[in-house]
Design a protein around this ligand. Structure first.
Ligand SMILES: [Zn+2]
Length: 428
């Protein structure tokens, strides 16, 4: 298959370009009013105030997609003017031999940082930044799953922005402090899951234990290189958990109440591809077509983040911050998805949308939530949090964190702390 390059337009203001000049000036004035600012998308669920019928819809990044796309890395770095990149990856990727691919041979002399924790931390960002500075780097190449890519976003940010990482956290007003000066970042995913390669957010745990979102359009990697060949060797369990994470992105963003039809079209397309390809890739990891479809579905899931996620991610972000157990983000989402879906079905608009997803999945007699239970079972996902080592005494803490999470406001049904506790009890 040929690899193809996509460029998603830039900022789309659908109501804007056709307006006469006086009208545009008036719109500018309206947008400068406090409540009209930041329509609804840039902050990914943070400080969101819907502003009447005006919505900001943004598709920003360049994507090289297809088998063999990673061979173009050297050329892409040249285009970006990066001559001394820091490579951020992890030990697993290195031992899988992925860094030895011919297309990466020119990186032999580049500084490399591999000590990336499962959930990226502030201290790992500092350690990566030290290597960046000592190596005289002028850009970052992230090769790996969501963790190396999120960590790379933190390093690219602090390489050019002064002060502690904390001041750039979205809930502490970081969105306004992150500028276009962020060092150029090229993201090359080796799993089909997180969508971080096209996302504007990085989740990083601070030294004091708070897991915070760092969100800015400038944190979207300058280029995403999506090469399904890099996912061929992914073991079935990781294929399942990352693929189910991607599936949950498509479902949650589609069901989010925020207005964004382009994102909904992308989310449903991603859902359809993942639904079909995931069981195939799980059974036969070397199936290039299934790997390609899965990677496209995951990419599409990432492209819809601006519509906002929901309760599944609010809970999985909180559970991911537990010290008591190291939990895989995708596995958590897979466990939570059917129960949250049943919960959200009480909302009429959700029931209608779920009906559409059921038709896309070819489900005639089975409800989507039940089919998701069945899929989890086929893919070897445990249905219970307790089996992953989650202790019961953390439920209260997890519910508090879920309420404060940036994905909470865009769940289609409003949830209280007690509702979150009831959902957790169901899957405990
Ligand atoms: Zn996710």
């Amino acid at each position: 298959m040929q690899s193809s390059a996509y460029r998603y337009l830039g900022r789309v203001s659908i109501w804007w370009s056709g307006l006469p000049r006086w009208s545009r000036d008036r719109m500018r004035w309206l947008r400068s009013m406090p409540n009209a600012r930041r329509g609804c998308s840039d902050a990914d669920g943070l400080n969101i105030k819907e502003s009447g019928s005006v919505h900001t819809i943004t598709y920003l990044t360049n994507i090289s997609f297809g088998l063999g796309a990673s061979d173009s890395l050297a050329e892409i770095l040249r285009e970006l003017g990066v001559s001394r990149p820091l490579v951020i990856s992890d030990h697993g990727i290195k031992s899988a031999g992925l860094l030895k691919r011919p297309g990466f041979a020119f990186l032999n002399t580049a500084p490399v940082f591999l000590d990336v924790p499962t959930n990226p931390t502030e201290s790992a960002v500092a350690a990566g930044l030290k290597v960046y500075r000592e190596g005289g780097c002028d850009g970052v190449v992230a090769i790996g799953g969501g963790s190396p890519i999120d960590l790379a976003k933190g390093v690219a940010l602090l390489a050019t922005h002064d002060g502690e990482l904390e001041r750039y956290a979205a809930i502490l007003g970081g969105l306004a402090r992150i500028t276009s000066a962020v060092a150029p970042l090229v993201a090359i995913p080796t799993t089909a899951g997180t969508g971080s390669e096209v996302g504007r957010a990085a989740l990083i745990t601070l030294d004091d234990g708070r897991k915070l979102g760092f969100i800015s359009p400038y944190l979207i990697p300058r280029r995403a290189i999506c090469d399904p060949a890099l996912t061929m060797g992914l073991p079935p369990a990781l294929t399942a958990s990352t693929g189910l994470d991607a599936l949950s992105h498509c479902i949650e963003t589609y069901l989010s109440p925020r207005y964004n039809p382009p994102a909904e079209a992308i989310a449903t397309d991603g859902f359809k591809r993942i639904w079909k390809a995931l069981p195939v890739a799980y059974a036969d990891g070397a199936n290039a077509e299934a790997r390609t479809e899965l990677m496209m579905g995951a990419l599409e899931g990432g492209m819809t983040f601006q519509k906002g996620l929901g309760a599944v991610h609010a809970l999985s972000h909180a559970l991911g911050g537990l010290k008591e157990a190291k939990l895989h983000h995708g596995t958590l989402n897979a466990i939570l998805m059917p129960t949250v879906l049943r919960w959200n079905l009480q909302v009429e608009a959700v029931a209608e949308k779920v009906g559409y997803l059921e038709s896309l999945a070819g489900l005639e007699q089975t409800a989507l939530a039940d089919a998701l239970d069945g899929l989890n079972q086929r893919l070897g996902i445990t249905p219970r949090l307790s089996e992953l080592g989650v202790p019961r005494h953390v439920i209260d803490w997890v519910c508090e964190r879920a309420l404060a999470d940036h994905s909470h406001p865009t769940n289609p049904r409003s949830l209280t702390k007690e509702d979150y506790a009831a959902i957790l009890e169901t899957v405990f």
